[in-house]
Each structure stands twice: as C-alpha cells, then as structure tokens.
Design a protein around this ligand. Structure first.
Ligand code: ZN
Length: 187
C-alpha cells in the first residue's frame, strides 16, 4: 500500500503479526467489539444508550476528547478513519430540530474546534461532516443524534472498506484520544 506523505504515519498491516498464510492481518481490535454487538442499544431509551452512558464515566474509558457545557466530543469506536470524532449533546435527543439554541450553537462550535484540533495533530487534507437522521438514513444509534467529523486523506478510500468491509487503522484509539485531548484548547 502506498500512502501520501502528508497523512498520518501508516504501518502496513502485515507488520502486526507473522504471516503464516496468504491472508492479510489487520490490527483492528475494535472490530471484535463491533462483531460482538456489545454496543448496539437494545432499545431507544436513555437507559440503553451508550451516548448517555459515556459522559458518566471517565474520559479514558469512554474515549472522550473534550467536554463542553451542553455537548461533548468523543472518538468513534468504529472509525471510518483515524481520529474519526463525533460531537453530540449530553441530552438524549434524536432529531436535529429538537436541539435547544444553546445545544445547536455548541454543537457547531465544537465541530469547528474538532476540525482545528484534528488538523493540528493529523494534518488531513479534508473532512466529511454530517449527521444521519434516523436508522433509514444510516444512523447506528438513531435515538441520540451525533455529528460525525471524519478526517480524509488522499487515497484513504482504498479497496478494503469497499470490498472487504473492513479498514486498516494505524493507531490505537486510546493513543488517538490522548493526542487529541492534549491538543484541545481548554479556554
Ligand atoms: Zn442517549
């Protein structure tokens, strides 16, 4: 695999284990959680919602990058790319039109801040921003809205996510969280 020099340092997947056969090994421990389905809410109530549960715990365990007054920023446990963040309200609310003015403003401000921090740390060439509203639109946890902030690098859409429905990520999520939290302005 070739990668642009201005992206994050990428480590070939075959460096993570002895090649005992012709299969590519990918270091994607979070996929195991995904396959187990542990974080799929059983129902749409706040009691079953991981996005309501995360802020009650500590930042390291929840992969929380920053906390505001009404919203927080957290790493996606199933990232499309390195440093894939989500910005979301603490309040369990599903529809964008149901946000208060304060929540709307902070969601936007934290999205901008997330972009600046990710740019400073990982130097992506672009971003995908967006919210999937409803399961029909692709929301994994539709009951609690979340804005995706996905950094993009040239050539990052290689064949793996398309064909193999998986993706090789060069950095552990705990390390990503540490770097972004350290770079996040506290003022
Ligand atoms: Zn919730």
């Amino acid at each position: 695999m070739t990668h642009p020099t201005d992206g994050p340092e990428m480590v070939p997947a075959d460096r993570f284990g002895p090649p005992q056969d012709d299969l590519q090994r990918l270091w994607t421990p979070h996929r195991l959680v995904y396959i187990g389905g542990q974080d799929k809410p059983a129902d749409p109530t706040p009691e079953s919602c991981p996005f309501c549960r995360i802020p009650a715990g500590d930042d390291e365990d929840g992969l929380v990058v920053a906390r505001g007054a009404d919203c927080y920023a957290v790493l996606n446990l199933y990232p499309y790319n390195s440093a894939h963040l989500m910005v979301l309200p603490y309040r369990h609310v599903s529809d964008y039109t149901d946000l208060t003015d304060a929540e709307t403003h902070e969601l936007a401000a934290m999205t901008q801040r997330a972009m600046r921090v990710v740019r400073a740390v990982y130097a992506p060439a672009g971003f995908n921003l967006g919210m999937n509203q409803g399961e029909v639109a692709g929301a994994g946890i539709a009951a609690h809205l979340h804005q995706h902030v996905v950094p993009r690098w040239p050539g990052d859409s290689n064949f793996l996510p398309v064909v193999a429905r998986t993706k090789s990520l060069p950095e552990l999520l705990a390390d990503t969280r540490e770097r972004l939290a350290a770079a996040w302005p506290t003022a």
